[in-house]
Design a protein around this ligand. Structure first.
Ligand SMILES: [Mn+2]
Length: 298
């Protein structure tokens, strides 16, 4: 059965290059393993994945399949020439823009769950598929808009009655029909190209400007930022989002917060459970952290 013939498969979309292969593996593994949909389609925009990674990801997805799921399909999509004019700033990869293309790259899909490649999914994404978007193009978790983000949004939205709400684009429920009919993705790519040097978080800023107040807010557990200074209960089922340049498959220093240490240990567990990146340069740190904690070592 393919996604064309199955009435309502759950479509999970991601995008990555090979530098994010471990992250892509954990996002897909954890999303599929915790999901109860009968048919799951994982659509990956290939922004430069090696043949080896592609082969391994097939194993990851097959390994992750839960007893509730009959079929898991893994598709690789090419971004084609859509992103030729976009530029890359700060630690963002070009793959960050790929979510903007999903309406075009998945022409037969009505709705998808977009997931970043720095996530650990601990909830059942079927709950996200069931969310009624109420005519909006997307649903996302409201993020923190610091002074720089507010200034940026004001630059474009001043006087429009913007409610000052700003979402994080790491987890999105996307109405792809609406994206297609309103050319939202194309407009967002053009926005990134035209305002590249002003943007702080390229695709996210573009979508927030274009869809200001035309999105619905998801419960914050679906995009819990794992960062020092944000005190919250990360054990609630949902999505843990490891933002910033230091990704959890690379972190070599013990985190300052116990809750982050536990989150990274859970992440590493998923990385090893996915059973394919064991030879990637990842050190099992959870045990080291735990030992340091017990012995109170620096
Ligand atoms: Mn992210």
């Amino acid at each position: 059965m393919t996604y064309e013939t199955c009435p309502e498969p759950l479509v999970i979309a991601c995008a990555a290059d090979d530098a994010y292969a471990p992250g892509l593996a954990v996002t897909l593994y954890s999303a599929v393993a915790n999901c109860t949909a009968e048919t799951v389609v994982c659509a990956v925009v290939d922004m430069g994945l090696s043949d080896r990674t592609v082969k391994r990801l097939h194993t990851v997805v097959a390994t992750a399949r839960s007893p509730h799921t009959a079929t898991v399909e893994l598709l690789f999509l090419s971004s084609g020439t859509y992103l030729q004019g976009t530029q890359v700033y700060r630690h963002f990869a070009k793959a960050a823009y790929a979510r903007l293309l999903l309406g075009r790259l998945l022409p037969d899909v009505k709705k998808c769950i977009y997931l970043d490649c720095d996530l650990l999914v601990t909830g059942n994404v079927v709950e996200l598929q069931a969310v009624d978007l109420g005519g909006n193009a997307l649903a996302a978790v409201e993020g923190r808009a610091g002074p720089k983000v507010r200034d940026l949004m004001n630059r474009f939205l001043e006087g429009t009655g913007w409610s000052r709400k700003y979402f994080n684009s790491g987890v999105l429920i996307m109405d792809l029909e609406r994206f297609r009919s309103n050319d939202i993705g194309e407009q967002a790519v053009a926005f990134c190209e035209n305002h590249a040097s002003h943007l702080l978080f390229p695709d996210q800023d573009a979508l927030n400007v274009l869809l200001s107040d035309a999105w619905i807010a998801l419960d914050s557990r679906w995009n819990m930022i794992v960062k020092h200074g944000r005190n919250r209960d990360l054990s609630v089922p949902g999505v843990l989002h490891f933002v910033g340049a230091k990704k959890p498959w690379k972190v070599a220093r013990r985190p300052k917060d116990l809750e982050i240490e536990i989150a990274i240990a859970r992440y590493r567990d998923a990385l090893f459970a996915s059973a394919i990146f064991a030879k990637h340069k990842v050190i099992v740190l959870s045990a080291i952290f735990a030992t340091q904690r017990v012995l109170d070592l620096p």
